[in-house]
Design a protein around this ligand. Sequence first.
Ligand code: BYC
Length: 319
Amino acid sequence: MDSSDWELEELEAAFQEKVGAEKRIEPKDWMPDKYRQTLIRQMSQHAHSEVVGMLPEGNWLTRAPSLKRKTILMAKIQDEGGHGLYLYSATETLGISRDEMFEQLHSGKAKYSSIFNYPTLNWADIGAIGWLVDGAAITNQIALCRCSYGPYARAMIRICKEESFHQRQGYEIMMTMAQGTEEQREMAQDALNRWWWPTLMMFGPNDANSANSAQSMKWKIKRQSNDDLRQKFVDATVPQAEFLNLRIPDDKLKWNEERKHYDFGEIDWEEFKAVVKGNGLCNRERLQARVEAHDGGKWVRDAALAYARKKESRKAKAA
Ligand code: BYC
């Protein structure tokens, strides 16, 4: 072992001690390369999920059932775009450029949440996304508010506040439909049937198969395991479904008095893997929409850059 190895070991030990003492890591602090890479991976994927996540809901903007519903949905979608922007900015503090992140998304190298590869077929799907998808996102993101990396943790605090409004608006749509006509109730049930299992997949593979969890927990990037968060979500959501008088599509779902948790059935991991690999119902459509939006926006970026350069050169001349 030469002196640089010693030095690295000492730096790593000091880093782990700092993390263990619940001190936040900030962009200019020393960090192990793998910590940086893990954060870039997770945070950029999270940012992409927010931005791709605008697409399934955008599908219903022109067909929202009232002006009130349309304005609420528009505000929610804009919030998701904003979340993407905070997260891209927070990820840039780790030394990757936004262009590189977009390149990774557009080439299919970077992942985004599997959930956004499912279609939104009826208006109740917008309720189900708010209730279930945002509900699952909050469950996961509350834990991330205590992430060891400062910029990520701070972004999460604001995002969680906005997500909780999204979750409530989704639940309110479900309640309206569940208490509406028989046809509306059936639409709400149909949406729950289609979104339940994909929502459970959002939390990622079971702990035993989660490649990144052990190290991410040690570094306090992740504070709770995939399975613990999934269980938390199920426990919180079952009574909400009961209140709506809707049935969760799982015959194995049952309260376990001993564990004080709901038992639930096995996720179809083959479906999860297929969706993550790019073979879900909407993967191609989603990526194509993002690439077209990026290409179509080039003139706006060029114009903004030309304006900024002109302003700079005027300033320099005046000085
Ligand atoms: N989909 O070792 P694991 C929102 C990948 S959007 C796709 O457990 P990790 C909203 C995982 O990346 C909120 N891929 O990974 C927006 C890994 O592959 P790589 C989205 C998944 O990172 C609009 C591999 O599987 N939230 O709120 O320790 C409208 C092994 O997994 C998925 C976030 O992004 C998946 N579901 O844990 C409405 C939260 N699950 O990267 C709402 C931030 C796993 O090694 N992310 N994979 O090639 C996280 O908390 C963690 O990354 C995860 C996975 C819990 C998702």
